[in-house]
Design a protein around this ligand. Structure first.
Ligand SMILES: Cc1cc2nc3c(=O)[nH]c(=O)nc-3n(C[C@H](O)[C@H](O)[C@H](O)COP(=O)(O)OP(=O)(O)OC[C@H]3O[C@@H](n4cnc5c(N)ncnc54)[C@H](O)[C@@H]3O)c2cc1C
Length: 470
């Protein structure tokens, strides 16, 4: 379907980006390895060439060349995705944006920051916080993933409960179309209804419509007061019911994260140190913020009381940076720790209306029991998004492989039956594309295919992603 990358194409790429920014052949075998995969366990494919671009013009020239040569192009940020989006499943070229990593401007007058796509998300946080501003989306991978990857995946994070997700902060994008044309959508604007909203169409398009080369993000004032609570529960379901009770009390914490005991124990093993209350069935990690100490304290009192009324064993409070970093370290390390505990595992990312979280988790426990498989849940309980980790442990291969698709289908059916969706923040990519039809109607999928064909009539940008085989 596509042409191979030949010596002429490699020479032309070197003329565009410089020889040192083109990786191909046995002399680069070691460096090429990291571009074969993202963070999905067991998914890898070899690129024929990796190109490291440093400007939008270079990206544009590379796309024109790829069109002429009919070679597929897979855009890549930091490779920390969890749905295989950056894996070059059709071979061809990986176009890495990692070297376009400058924060171009922090505009205090307009409360906006302009960045290149390869900037690590945590670096944006630190840069704007130094100016008394906040960029709220905070994927747990924030010190590893890039903002371009966040835009492409529509990333979320713990603070989505109060501040929502990446799409809510994207005001403007510069992007290179598969044809090589550079377009600018939106800008430093709070309002803009000029034509269809192309900016938001590109957010969450998983690198299949265009390559983002510049991003304008909205900022908010940095809240002056923050408090973090860790609450252990002896009963798993009681912890989950508390989440619904907090939301029903009309308090909107910044974050409500949920970790069940197996995930806490896995982190303990990874870090090699004891985690407080590791014998509890589940932990809730709750963050509150605001500008007035009294207001935050009042919410904190109510939330603390609700936790204790619902069976919380204790309420640990972190008011200083060191204690709260320790509290959050456990949460941020869970994915790594589960991989450490069971190197072969599979993660789902379902989302339901937040009031249905107790039903979702009860349903998942039922599936795990009936199928005799270890499933560990953690995640963003406050916004309805739960990460469901199926661990292989020592299950024989011939049981694991046929079981996985059955489990995925059952978990999706459960979430969809509650008005949910099959992925809240990790995207469809490769891993969920064959299930898209469970979640969307044929008419919806046809519309999306039409949009894809309009942007990319020759299908060279990130093929093999999002859509099931026709
Ligand atoms: C430990 C861990 C914790 C995580 N926690 C969260 C979390 O809390 N919330 C969450 O939402 N996700 C989370 N993730 C998933 C992941 O970090 C996000 O999906 C992130 O947005 C990926 O960014 P990246 O730069 O690594 O993208 P990559 O993996 O490099 O690419 C992801 C997709 O974006 C496309 N892409 C990348 N850059 C561009 C660009 N400039 N233009 C167009 N397309 C592009 C790629 O083609 C691919 O389809 C986590 C992952 C890990 C490993």
């Amino acid at each position: 379907m596509y042409n191979r990358v030949d010596a002429g194409t490699i020479a032309a790429l070197a003329r565009i980006v410089g020889e040192e920014n083109v990786l191909a052949g046995p002399q680069h075998a070691e460096m090429l390895e990291r571009y074969t995969h993202d963070e999905v366990v067991g998914l890898a494919a070899d690129p024929e060439v990796v190109v490291l671009a440093t400007s939008a013009q270079q990206v544009s020239d590379v796309m024109r060349l790829a069109q002429a040569a009919h070679v597929p192009v897979t855009p890549r940020g930091a490779g920390y995705g969890l749905s295989g989006g950056a894996v070059p499943v059709c071979g061809g070229m990986v176009l890495s944006l990692e070297r376009m990593n400058r924060i171009l401007e922090i505009d205090r007058g307009n409360l906006m920051v302009t960045v290149e796509p390869g900037v690590i998300t945590g670096d944006i946080h630190r840069a704007v916080e130094a100016e008394g501003l906040l960029y709220p989306p905070d994927p747990a991978s924030l010190d590893s993933c890039s903002i371009g990857g966040n835009i492409a995946e529509g990333a979320g994070g713990p603070r989505a409960v109060k501040y929502r997700v990446t799409k809510d902060y994207v005001c403007g994008l510069e992007a290179v179309l598969p044809s090589g044309e550079i377009v600018n959508c939106g800008g430093k604007l709070v309002k803009d209804v000029t034509g269809y909203n192309l900016t938001q169409l590109l957010v969450g398009s998983e690198g299949t419509l265009a390559i983002v080369t510049k991003i304008i993000l909205r900022l908010v004032p940095l809240p002056k007061v923050r408090v973090d609570l860790l609450v252990p529960f002896d009963d798993f379901q009681a912890a989950i019911n508390t989440v619904a009770a907090i939301i029903a009390a009309r308090i909107l914490p910044t974050a409500i994260e949920f970790m069940e005991q197996d995930s806490v124990l896995a982190v303990e093993q990874l870090l090699g140190r004891e985690i407080q209350f590791h014998d509890a069935a589940a932990h809730l990690l709750i963050q509150l913020d605001g500008n007035r100490q009294e207001a935050v304290d009042a919410d904190f009192e109510i939330v603390g009381d609700l936790c204790l009324e619902h069976g919380g064993r204790d309420v640990l409070v972190a008011k200083d940076v060191r204690t709260r970093d320790r509290m959050w370290e456990a949460r941020r390390k869970i994915i790594e720790a589960l991989k450490h505990a069971s190197p072969i595992n599979h993660m789902e990312d379902v989302v339901v209306p937040r009031s249905r979280i107790p039903d979702l988790l009860a349903g998942i426990k039922e599936i795990a029991g009936r199928r005799s498989v270890r499933i560990v849940c953690f995640g963003h309980a406050g916004d309805g998004n739960v990460h469901v980790n199926v661990l292989k442990d020592d299950m024989p291969e011939d049981r694991w492989h046929p079981l996985l698709p059955l489990l995925s289908e059952e978990i999706y059916r459960l979430a969809l039956g509650m008005g949910g969706m099959i992925t809240g923040e990790h995207g469809i990519g490769v891993t969920r594309r064959n299930y898209l039809g469970m979640a969307l109607s044929p008419a919806q999928i046809d519309l999306m295919r039409g949009i894809k064909a309009t942007f990319d009539p020759n299908g060279i940008l990130n093929p093999g992603k999002v859509f099931p085989d026709a």
